[in-house]
Design a protein around this ligand. Structure first.
Ligand SMILES: Nc1ncnc2c1ncn2[C@@H]1O[C@H](COP(=O)(O)OP(=O)(O)OP(=O)(O)O)[C@@H](O)[C@H]1O
Length: 117
């Protein structure tokens, strides 16, 4: 892959992120949550390992939301009409986001709560 092509793939990825942030309220929410967690981590004082975990969870959460948005678009394209499989695909993708969000929230509480109380 040439450098030009490599750079272009970055531009396409950035365009994807921008369009998802513009259209998806959930992604904006998770971005705000991520900024809040980073700010809280900065003022609370986290260890190197805790920062690795927090960055991994916030990045993973936003990446998963982006994949979920991509799946929603592909489903809408493939099945503009109501179809049980379209519902299943969207609901499973949303379920994946929920599982990761719940695990992230629990891990976040386990990291932050002992430092606060
Ligand atoms: N083509 C479809 N066929 C059947 N069920 C669908 C279809 N599109 C969405 N649904 C279902 O309708 C419910 C509401 O979905 P949701 O609120 O996410 O709307 P959406 O149209 O999928 O999303 P968005 O508003 O972000 O485009 C979900 O259970 C979803 O799976």
């Amino acid at each position: 892959m040439g450098l030009n092509r490599f750079f272009r793939s970055f531009v396409y990825a950035a365009q994807g992120i921008v369009s998802a942030v513009k259209r998806e309220q959930n992604i904006r929410f998770h971005l705000l949550a991520g900024i809040t967690v980073f700010t809280a981590g900065f003022f609370t004082g986290l260890s190197y390992t805790e920062w690795l975990v927090v960055i991994g969870l916030v990045g993973g959460m936003i990446a998963l939301e982006l994949v979920n948005s991509a799946i929603e678009r592909v489903v809408d394209l493939a099945s503009p009409d109501i179809h049980p499989l379209a519902k299943e695909a969207k609901d499973i993708a949303a379920g994946a986001v929920l599982v990761f969000a719940a695990a992230s929230a629990i891990i976040g509480l386990l990291i932050f709560l002992p430092k606060w109380f």
